[in-house]
Design a protein around this ligand. Structure first.
Ligand code: NAD
Length: 497
């Protein structure tokens, strides 16, 4: 019988008192690895009250001391890199190499959080009026919340709580109920690194837990990553309750291929970026836009994709793992069937994929379509599986118009040898993260993760300087010091100089 995982409340790992649990399964075998509790109302209240109390002391801890906690944490994460990747691979199905990448991308954000001292510097100006100086100070907000998706159970929690806490806030993490074991281990290591009691809390559960956090008066800011409908719900409800919200949502990322591009690079980058992690990445390429003669490469693309074989996480030869759940697989199967029914040409169909020794895994083989139009559900919906759709256009401007008409704006890339074409694309495209001969242009943490349009609701993005701004408030102090000159009477007007 699988064990229930604990929650981190008031600095202690506690068993939940709930009677409701969600099964955490190995997506390759359906073995139940653990049970995730649905936090009770009392547990949610206790976590918020503890985070609120802890904030009063934590905000007073000197910034370099908070940075040192992140240095110790970064060191521990590196020491436990492989162990974390094993937990992650088992509960997500990702290959071990890919699981290590997930953890590593998170470690990089912790490194950035260790730089918090310089990121908390404000601005000053002397003599803004005679004898008057102004300084702006950066201060933390209070209790912040993070709600994370299944597809990066290490990286995305680490986008959030280290930076928020380094900035002086306290934090409540509500990880995905589909793979909560990795986030629990991340939190254990954070406590081991010396995080004071109450600075980080971890609650488990689904919609009900999220909704209690979204509407609670003691929560100041909410950071969410997940699907579009949930992102819209989080943004609307959180802001309606006067919270600061950033909601990173779903995507449909186009790669534009010009005929002058390096064909071998195009094909290998397309295969990796569309099917890596079984296509379950918000920055995966899901639409290939072939411009002009480059459409001739689609047959070779098919041949290369056909060679991909999914497998179990410890299999070194596996190109990628299973989908996270049977429901996720059914959704992708539905979209593949709809694509065929709507008249798209299915060049490769992974619907009936099997993996020897794992008859119950949520496997899907690489799937490739051409002849897809913008009206088809294959194009309109985020598929989140190893499925690539090919579109064909005659010019770069036609490709730009296609990409700009998409409601999403997370990532895009262009493959070309022409600097002028790349410059034109980077300038004109209405997408927040652009790669030039780079298929998955995820910025490193000293920049920010900058999705646009329907892929992001909010103003300030994740990590980098924008992440620090999201988790802080600016206070402006205007000061004057009196000498012994006589007081000339009260000032009744605004000074002009
Ligand atoms: P999801 O929206 O189903 O779940 C995300 C989180 O929201 C989970 O913690 C879940 O418990 C909670 N949740 C689910 N339904 C809810 C509801 N009705 N009300 C309140 N909370 C709810 O997303 P997922 O399937 O876990 O993750 C995949 C999605 O995340 C994809 O759409 C992907 O594109 C997106 N994603 C986006 C980014 C980005 O940076 N833009 C990054 C990673 C993933």
């Amino acid at each position: 019988m699988a064990k229930a995982i604990p929650q981190l409340i008031e600095g202690e790992w506690r068993e939940s008192r709930t009677r409701e649990f969600i099964e955490v399964t190995d997506p390759a075998t359906q073995e139940v690895l653990a049970l995730a509790p649905k936090a009770t109302a009392e547990e949610i209240e206790a976590a918020i009250a503890s985070a609120k109390a802890a904030f009063l002391a934590w905000r007073e801890v000197p910034v370099p001391e908070r940075a040192r906690l992140m240095l110790r944490y970064q060191h521990l994460l590196k020491e436990h890199h492989e162990e974390l990747a094993q937990i992650l691979a088992k509960e997500t199905g990702k290959t071990f190499a890919d699981a290590k990448g997930d953890v590593w991308r998170g470690i990089e954000v912790v490194e950035q959080a260790a730089n918090i001292s310089s990121l908390m510097m404000g601005e000053t100006a002397e003599n803004v009026a005679t004898g008057i100086d102004t300084a702006s100070w950066i201060q933390p907000l209070g209790v912040c919340v993070g709600i994370t998706p299944f597809n990066f159970p290490a990286m995305i929690p680490l986008w959030m709580f280290p930076l928020a806490i380094a900035a002086g806030n306290t934090f409540i993490l509500k990880p995905s109920e589909q793979d909560p074991m990795t986030p629990n281990r991340l939190a254990e290591l954070f406590i081991e690194a010396g995080a004071p009691k109450g600075v980080l809390q971890v609650l488990h559960g689904g919609r009900e837990v999220v909704d209690s956090l979204l509407t609670h008066p003691d929560i100041r800011a909410i950071s969410f990553v997940g699907s579009v409908p949930v992102g819209q719900h989080i943004y609307r409800t959180g802001t309606a309750h006067l919270k600061r919200v950033q909601a990173f949502a779903g995507a449909k990322n186009h790669m534009v291929i010009l005929p002058d591009a390096n064909k071998e690079q195009v094909l290998s980058n397309l295969v990796g970026s569309s099917c890596g992690a079984a296509g379950q990445r918000c920055m995966a390429i899901s639409v290939a836009v072939f411009v002009g003669e480059s459409r001739q490469w689609i047959d070779e693309l098919k041949a290369q994709m056909a060679e991909l074989q999914p497998g179990y996480w410890i299999d070194d030869h596996a190109a990628y793992g299973p989908l996270i759940s049977q429901q996720a697989k059914q959704r992708v199967l539905r979209l593949i069937a709809e694509g065929k029914a709507e008249g798209a040409e299915c060049l490769l169909d992974g619907s009936h994929c099997t993996v020897e020794g794992f008859p119950h895994g949520n496997w899907l083989g690489p799937t490739l379509f051409r002849g897809v139009t913008t009206k088809m559900s294959l194009y309109r919906e985020e598929i989140f599986g190893p499925v690539l759709v090919c579109m064909e256009v005659d010019s770069l401007d036609e490709a730009i118009a296609l990409v700009n008409a998409s409601p999403y704006g997370n990532g895009t890339s262009i493959f070309t040898r022409s600097g002028g074409a790349a410059r034109h694309y980077q300038h004109a495209v209405e997408v927040g993260q652009v790669g030039i001969n780079v298929p998955v242009p995820v910025p490193l943490p000293f920049f920010s993760f900058t999705g646009w349009k329907g892929s992001f609701y909010g103003d300030l993005h994740a990590y980098g300087k924008q992440g620090v701004r999201f988790y802080t408030e600016t206070k402006t102090v205007t000061s004057r010091w009196f000498d012994e000159s006589p007081v000339s009477g009260p000032n009744m007007t605004i000074h002009l100089k």
